[in-house]
Design a protein around this ligand. Structure first.
Ligand code: GLN
Length: 232
């Protein structure tokens, strides 16, 4: 095959239903903030990214079995995950919020008692809801495969609230302003990191160096403006 030796390929797992971080465009191509950021890091560091769709709850197992090299998927840095993977430097501040419908009367976490709450499998939102349920502060937790499905269940009245990441919940709320509202309270604040196999220091250092360069060059801000506009 022609050309120079191909640059090293890094296999990236992402769960592409998490707008504006990762989602499919009309041609079924994965696009979003995380994708543009990772491409900029790859270009800076001279490697080729190969993006693969992976269910959110399969990202860490796929890393550890060697099917992917890095998970870039709006993944929050948590102590629990740090037991099994290594995270890059944080690149986004996020946190969990409650989405509800205007008709539920839910105004905060204390109003979730007896209510059905939707969450997405394997996420920090699911962990938070399960903890609240264990304390009797939630009627029941319903787990969905992705945010689109949990939000549909909210709109359809199958659940009365969804606990999920603020930027993504806000994106959904904007597309259904009459049906979905986001409560102001942040239940748990966190940061996103890119996850690599534990001990893969070489890739971790490459990604951190690329992230620092992309921030210093102003590309990070350009990407942020592209996907978050005035909200950034
Ligand atoms: N940030 C959340 C987590 O890490 C949700 C991520 C996601 O659904 N892509 O669990």
């Amino acid at each position: 095959t022609g050309g120079d030796d191909a640059a090293r390929t890094v296999v990236v797992g992402t769960e592409p239903t998490f707008p504006p971080f990762e989602m499919k465009d009309e041609n079924d191509v994965t696009v979003g903030f995380d994708i543009d950021l990772f491409k900029a890091i790859a270009e800076d560091q001279g490697f080729t990214p190969d993006f693969r769709d992976v269910g959110f709850d399969s990202l860490i197992p796929s890393l550890n079995s060697g099917q992917i090299d890095v998970a870039v998927s709006g993944m929050s840095i948590t102590e629990e995950r740090q037991q099994t993977v290594d995270f890059t430097d944080p690149y986004v501040n996020a946190g969990l919020v409650i989405a509800t419908r205007p008709d539920t009367g839910i105004g905060g976490v204390d109003d979730l008692a007896g209510r059905q709450v939707g969450v997405n499998i394997g996420t920090t939102g699911a962990t938070a809801a399960e903890e609240l349920a264990a304390e009797g502060k939630i009627g029941g937790v319903q787990t969905f495969q992705d945010v689109g499905l949990s939000m549909e269940a909210l709109v359809a009245g199958k659940v009365d609230a969804v606990i999920n990441d603020k930027p993504v919940s806000e994106t959904y709320a904007k597309s259904r302003p009459d049906k979905v509202i986001i409560l102001p309270e942040v239940l748990v604040a966190d940061d996103y990191g890119m996850a690599v196999r534990k001990g893969n220091t070489e890739l971790l250092e490459t990604l951190n160096a690329g992230l620092a360069n992309v921030k210093a060059s102003g590309q990070f801000d350009t990407i942020q403006d592209r996907w978050f506009g005035d909200d950034a």
